[in-house]
Design a protein around this ligand. Structure first.
Ligand SMILES: [Zn+2]
Length: 382
């Protein structure tokens, strides 16, 4: 029998392959080295591995690895993303691209979010490598979750993968997560005209237009909160945060332009695009003659939820000893959910350590996570 690498060895290899995805082209990197390691290991485990480059980004690819079952219906998907956010080396005390063990923690960029998931999933799958599967088992590794979600979008457009259930191994401290809010970030620009401050008729004050826009936004926020609430979230209402404002240059010039950046988080059941359309209509009207334009800073993340009494939710609650919950961060879950799978976010590590200098996962969580995944494979596929 060919020896299969230990999880720590796999994690060391994956952390050692930078795979940053960023909307800033100077920081954006390919994920192909990570994909190729996963492909090699999965082929050794008897999976049919398909690596598909993204149509718009040839240096990025998704991996779908499949092991057939006797009955080709249902089955299980274990999914994660291969990219990480960028990091600021100067703020790290350890090398972000070298797995470092310190005081019970494993540090490295992607240690918890979420390269750490793949070695545990593969080790769990390896335990069953010589057993015949009753139902299919699919491992999915996506590109660009942290920047555009283009990997998950491409899979959704292809209508795959299909299964009864999907686990997304994002860091949740091994609590099953069954819902999250949708996230949109918007830039709202008021375009006025500058002129000498002594005579308001010489220009069109963008800050005054923005003042009306902000009033309209706060009124819209209050209306949204009246119309929508979900008590399963820590913050039950949709939120709209006025994040930053850039405007004007001098006290004695009429303010020529102003730009406000906002963060909008909507509840499951709300349609993000409809909310943004309504917001756009409100702020354009509030401009009252001053042109106001709204643009999204990235394609918004859709809200997601799956029923609290679903079989996968219940199974993961039993395996982890934790009750299902909701979170405020976005994931690829809505794309898998839309393909008809019961989708739950469940992984080792904490979101508090994700996107942070010295990102880490607790060594103590690795074994329980691997055992939970192994039990899940047995439950769904054996
Ligand atoms: Zn992540």
């Amino acid at each position: 029998m060919v020896p299969f690498p230990e999880p720590l060895e796999m994690l060391r290899t994956l952390i050692g392959e930078p795979s940053i995805s960023s909307t800033d082209p100077t920081r954006d990197q390919s994920n192909l080295p990570v994909i190729h390691h996963l492909a090699t290991w999965l082929e050794a485990l008897g999976f049919d591995v398909e690596v598909t480059a993204l149509a718009n980004k040839p240096a990025k690819a998704n991996l779908v690895a499949h092991r057939e079952g006797r009955d080709e219906t249902d089955g299980l998907v274990l999914a994660g993303h291969t990219d990480t956010v960028p990091c600021d080396d100067a703020l790290w005390q350890v090398d972000p691209f070298k797995l470092t063990e310190r005081e019970g923690h494993l540090h490295g960029l992607g240690a918890c979010d979420m390269k750490g998931f793949f070695p545990l999933a593969l080790a769990a799958v390896a335990e069953h490598r010589h057993r015949e599967l009753r139902k299919p088992l699919t491992i999915v590794a996506t590109a660009d979750e942290e920047s555009s979600m283009d990997g998950a979008r491409a899979l959704a457009a292809q209508g795959r993968p299909k299964a009864a259930a999907a686990v997304i191994g994002e860091p949740t401290g091994m609590a099953p997560v069954r819902a999250h809010k949708g996230v949109a970030m918007l830039a709202i620009r008021a375009q006025g005209a500058s002129g000498h401050s002594s005579n308001p008729a010489l220009g069109d004050n963008a800050l005054e237009a923005m003042h009306r826009v902000m009033g309209a936004l706060l009124a819209f926020r209050a209306e949204l909160a009246e119309r929508h609430a979900d008590a399963s979230f820590d913050v039950a209402a949709p939120t709209l945060n006025l994040g930053c404002l850039h405007a004007g240059d001098n006290p004695n010039r009429i303010c020529g332009h102003a730009e406000l950046l906002i963060d909008l988080r909507v509840l499951p059941g709300m349609d993000t695009a409809t909310v943004i359309d309504e917001l756009r209509a409100r702020v354009e009207a509030a401009g009252a003659g001053t042109p106001v334009a709204v643009r999204t800073l990235f394609t918004p993340v859709t809200p997601y939820q799956t029923p609290a009494d679903g079989p996968l939710v219940k199974t993961l609650e039993a395996l982890s000893g934790q009750s299902a919950r909701t979170v405020a961060f976005g994931t690829e879950a809505p794309f898998f959910q839309e393909l008809g799978m019961e989708t739950v976010v469940f992984g080792a590590g904490s979101i508090d350590q994700a996107h942070q200098p010295d990102e880490f996962v607790h060594i103590g969580q690795l074994e329980p996570m691997r055992n939970a995944l192994s039990a899940l494979v047995a439950r769904y596929c054996l």
